[in-house]
Ligand binder design. Structure first.
Ligand code: CTP
Length: 397
């Protein structure tokens, strides 16, 4: 079950043109199993119809402090019951009201009446966004622990282009999920590698493998949800998960450089399928059929940089390697764990159905340098990441 399942979320919608995007946020939260109570301000009601939210949410829209026979004090009832209050979009006005603790309407009163985390998604024109008053208000909110989902650049109301556009619904939902996840990796830097490296034969051809990067991406996503700063060094072009810094590379040598340029990783997750061999002398020009001879490709070994990472591992760092095997899973994985001086190795038998390359699922053994071995039966790759990071977080202490 996902983090959002069963969570009570008050969705405060204020009067920005981006209110229409909050409809999609509402739908996504409900789809993820959250119980959503929408609250609309007078301004929001001028932008989108209450019926739209009432139809999609778990409860009908509330708009007023007064007049509800079933709930004479709706702000305290909603504020106390909430697991999280999300303000999306948040206008400059509501940001200012939250800062000053002004109880001006049902939404501001609910925010005052809650002890739950508050997530604020600003959306406004660039000129308004850049006002020192707005920036100062947001800084104060952040210092108080309010989570701000930064706006993006792009098309604004009235055909303008600029900064201040509401974050995309998927981004907003990801921030909500993060706010509801235990932050056991907060302040930590997690470096993840993903995908199969591509070793050139000539400018158009490569030697690669069947890795799609899904397991590495699942690690990056899970680590960010748990509060970490995440760097993802990847050979695949799939967009990065929300909050993650992506560095694209092609070859094992590129990947080594990118990994070695990070010197403050608390956890390194080497999920990439790094090529063991590469063409020794890649052609500078495309090899042509018309040249007659079928080329013989001479291979040479790539450098196993996980060995280097194990050799110079700083105190306190948790180094995690992978072993995709077809035979003697446990013995091969244990030998790699020892040879590469790893803290953990995640081993899978890629001959099993649903396991390894390209699948959304995996079945693994998590083998610890301390001798313990945990079997994780077939489950989705995010769940695998969760279990491995649980063990890694314990090791960090
Ligand atoms: N790895 C690496 N650099 C390489 C090859 C592998 O950093 N040149 C890392 C992988 O990212 C993985 C681990 O080492 O985390 C194990 O990779 P694998 O190819 O399974 O192991 P090898 O030691 O290369 O052994 P073999 O291929 O013979 O099974």
């Amino acid at each position: 079950m996902g983090t959002l399942a069963g969570k009570r979320i008050v969705l405060g919608v204020t009067g920005g043109i981006a209110a229409y995007k909050a409809v999609e946020v509402c739908r996504r939260l409900v789809d993820a199993g959250a119980h959503v109570q929408p609250v609309m301000t007078d301004g929001a009601l001028k932008m989108v119809g209450a019926t739209t939210f009432s139809a999609l949410a778990s409860e009908t829209v509330r708009t007023s402090l007064f007049g509800d026979p079933e709930s004479p004090i709706p702000h305290t009832q909603m504020g106390q019951a909430a697991d999280l209050v999300l303000v999306c979009p948040a206008t400059a006005r509501i940001i200012s009201d939250i800062r000053t603790g002004r109880s001006a309407d049902l939404l501001t009163s609910t925010i005052l009446a809650t002890r739950a985390p508050v997530v604020v998604c600003p959306a406004m024109h660039t000129e308004m966004w850049e006002q020192p008053a707005v920036q100062e208000n947001l800084e104060v909110l952040e210092q108080r622990g309010v989570l701000i989902v930064p706006p993006e650049s792009g098309r604004l109301a009235g055909g303008d282009l600029g900064h201040g556009r509401l974050a995309e619904p998927a981004t907003v939902v990801a921030h909500v999920e993060r706010a509801l996840t235990e932050q056991d990796l907060l302040g930590r830097h997690v470096l993840v590698t993903a995908g199969g490296t591509r070793e050139p034969i000539d400018p158009v051809r490569v030697i690669s493998n069947r890795s799609t990067g899904k397991q590495g991406y699942a690690f990056a996503e899970e680590a960010w949800f748990r509060g970490a700063q995440v760097t993802l060094v990847t050979t695949v072009e799939t967009p990065e998960p929300v909050g993650v810094r992506r560095v694209n590379v092609q070859t094992a040598a590129d990947m080594q450089r990118a990994v070695e340029s990070v010197d403050d990783a608390d956890i390194i997750v080497m999920a990439a399928a790094v090529a063991d061999f590469r063409p020794a002398d890649p052609a500078e020009h495309k090899l042509k059929k018309t040249d007659g001879i079928v080329p013989q490709i001479l291979l040479e070994k790539t450098h196993d940089f996980l060995v280097d990472l194990g050799e110079k591992k700083p105190d306190g760092q948790v180094l995690i390697g992978f072993a995709a095997e077809t035979d003697d899973l446990v013995d091969n994985a244990k030998a790699k764990l020892a040879r590469k001086k790893l803290d953990l190795i995640v081993a899978n038998d890629v001959t099993q159905p649903g396991v390894g390359f390209g699948h959304d699922t995996n079945e693994v053994l998590i083998i610890d340098a301390n001798g313990s071995c945990e079997h994780v039966p077939l489950t989705d790759k995010r769940d695998i990441a969760r279990r491995v990071l649980d063990t890694a977080a314990n090791k960090l202490g």
